[in-house]
Design a protein around this ligand. Sequence first.
Ligand SMILES: *Cc1c(COP(=O)(O)O)cnc(C)c1O
Length: 226
Amino acid sequence: MNIEEYKKIKSGLPAGVSLIAVSKTKPEEDIQMLYDVGQRIFGENKAQEMKLKHEHLPQDIQWHFIGHLQSNKIKYIAPYVALIHSIDSYDLLKEVNKQGVKCGRVLNCLLQFHVAQEETKFGFSLEECEDMLKNADFDNLQNINIVGVMGMASNTDNRVQVREEFRKLHDYFVLLKDNYFSGRQDFKELSMGMSGDYPIAIEEGSTLVRIGSAIFGERNYAKVND
Ligand SMILES: *Cc1c(COP(=O)(O)O)cnc(C)c1O
C-alpha cells in the first residue's frame, strides 16, 4: 500500500480523467485507508468479492466491475454497481438488463474490445460489435445504458505497440459514437490504462484509468479462491 504514490498519481491526472483504484484481491483495510484520503471509485473483478466489500465498506463508494462477468453472477453486483466495464456479448447485455429490471435500476455499461495481441483477453472485435449494434434490438433493453468502451493493451515493454492499441480503441470509440450513439451525451467514457501504461493511455484520450498494483502493491493470487 503506497499512499504517497496514490497522491502523486491522483494529482497528476488531467481534468476529465478519473482514477479507478483497482482493489481486487486486496483487504478491506487497504480500501478503507484509501477511502480515508479521499478515493471513492474502486474496481473489482470478482462478483462475490465485490459484494462482500460493498457490504462492509462505506456506502458512498462507487464500485466498478472490471473483470470477465458470468451471467449467473450479475445478481451479486446489480443492486449497487456504478459501472460494468466488461460487456463482451449481446447475451451478457441482455442478462445485465434482466437483473437491472429485477432491482429497478438502469445499469451503466461499457463495451469491452479486444485490441491486444494476446489471445487470452476478452472482448469484442469491431466487426462483432457492429454486428450487434446493427442487429440487436436495443430499444427493448430499458435497464442498461451504454456509456462508452473499455480495453486493455498488450502486456509488453514495446511502448509503440501499446500506443497503437490504445489509439485503435480510441478510433473505435469515435466510430461508435459517430455511427451508433450520436447525440447521446452520456456515451463519453474511454476506459484504458493500468499501472504500467496509463500515461500513454491518457495521451491517447483515456477518461478512466484503472490502477491497481502501483497503489496497492503487487497482488498475491495464490491466496485467492473464486
Ligand atoms: C487488474 C486489472 C487492472 C489493474 O492492473 P494493474 O497493473 O495492477 O494496475 C486494470 N484493469 C483490469 C481489467 C484488471 O483486471
